[in-house]
Design a protein around this ligand. Sequence first.
Ligand code: PFF
Length: 453
Amino acid sequence: MGFVLAAAGSAIGLGNLWKFPYITLENHGGAFVLVYLAAIAVVGAPIMAAEILLGRKSRRNAVGAFALLGAGKPGGVVWTAIGYLGVTTGFIVLSYYSVVAGWTLRYIVLAFSGALGGLAHHPGALESFFGGFLADPWAQILCHTLFMGATVGVVFLGVGKGIERAAKLLMPLLFMILVVLAGYVATTPGFGRAVGFLFRPTFADLTAGGVLEALGHSFFTLSLGMGAMLTYGSYMRRRDSIPRAVLTICFLDTFIAIMACVIMFSIIFSFDFEVSKSSTILFTTIPVIFYKLPGGAMISGLFYLLVAFAALSSTISILEVVSSYAIDELGWGRRRAALTTGAAIWVFGFLSALSVGGVDALSKINPIGRASTAGVFGTLDYLASNWFLPVGGLFIALFAGWILTAAESRDELEEGNGPLAGSFGAWRFLIRFAAPAAVGAIIVSVILGAEYQ
Ligand code: PFF
């Protein structure tokens, strides 16, 4: 339970609650959702199984796992470099993810203090507030600092007392808030249209860019490519089943993403809301709509609390990738590792916190495409999401599929699960051929500079 909740907590984050709804809206729902679901099954789930198996088999961090399992195999030290790439990616991603996550803290205070209501009732007021907030360096640094502080605090406390306990508390709370909100929107007139938009595919609406975006997002949303699932896998018990854990995590992550869409779209459709800039709906449109409903302050307060919890359980997993490297490879104690790596990422994050003002920052956290070099924030995200995560994921798939022998991976996947029979063959086919081909397509498309609009 602890492992599955913590890993699901890593997967469920801003990717589900902020990004997935807006890219689904941009890609006209239905067919895009179907491709996304296929990508989770064909690429996401097999690579997640690979990451967890590498972690549990080696009982090491991302660098140590490749060093140990790759020793004496073809490619040797190249594989260790993939571990270092993962740790570097974790460092970079956390530095800006924490900035965006920090915005949710500002909105929780705004909602519960009643100030959000005032802003939401005046057209345009929220946009100017949000713009001013992004451009205020002290506010950005404060929110980033608070979020990093919470993240470091949990990792400092350790795997059992910190990470698992936080996940056991946060995940059920998140579900509860989501269920309350879903129950609420089910009574709104836009609910039926929202469900139809999501589940009635019109293939004429689907573009090649949309297919690639769905594929790339499946990666980001499942926390794959930087060794986060590998690191959590290293703490997993041998008597637990990896295949069952993978299916549960993928299901929960997808369920939350779909629920987020149902909630947001029901409200948008109920009020025929004009969504001009869909990437900002989480911070500028959603509150306006919440306040059209009775109990707006309560609903929006709960909603941003949910987003903050989801983001926290993701940032914990990213810091753990970096900290566990320092613990295992540099021989540091956990407290020293959490504080030192956390402080370094916090300081590095200033560059992002100070660069978000004046740019459309919300469109920058993007696993693939929409190349942006606007500001440090945009550049870091562009590098991490478009290059490091897909490249990391590709090599993880290649390592698990081609470097580990069938017997090595089979033994680990069957440990705690029992005989896998035909499904092992299916996994091995996906990890050797389908997943590398699909991830390779993302990388090639980025090299060719494909446009995703
Ligand atoms: N999966 C997280 C989300 O959807 O917000 C983001 C993330 C976490 C990406 C951890 C990568 C990672 F290693």
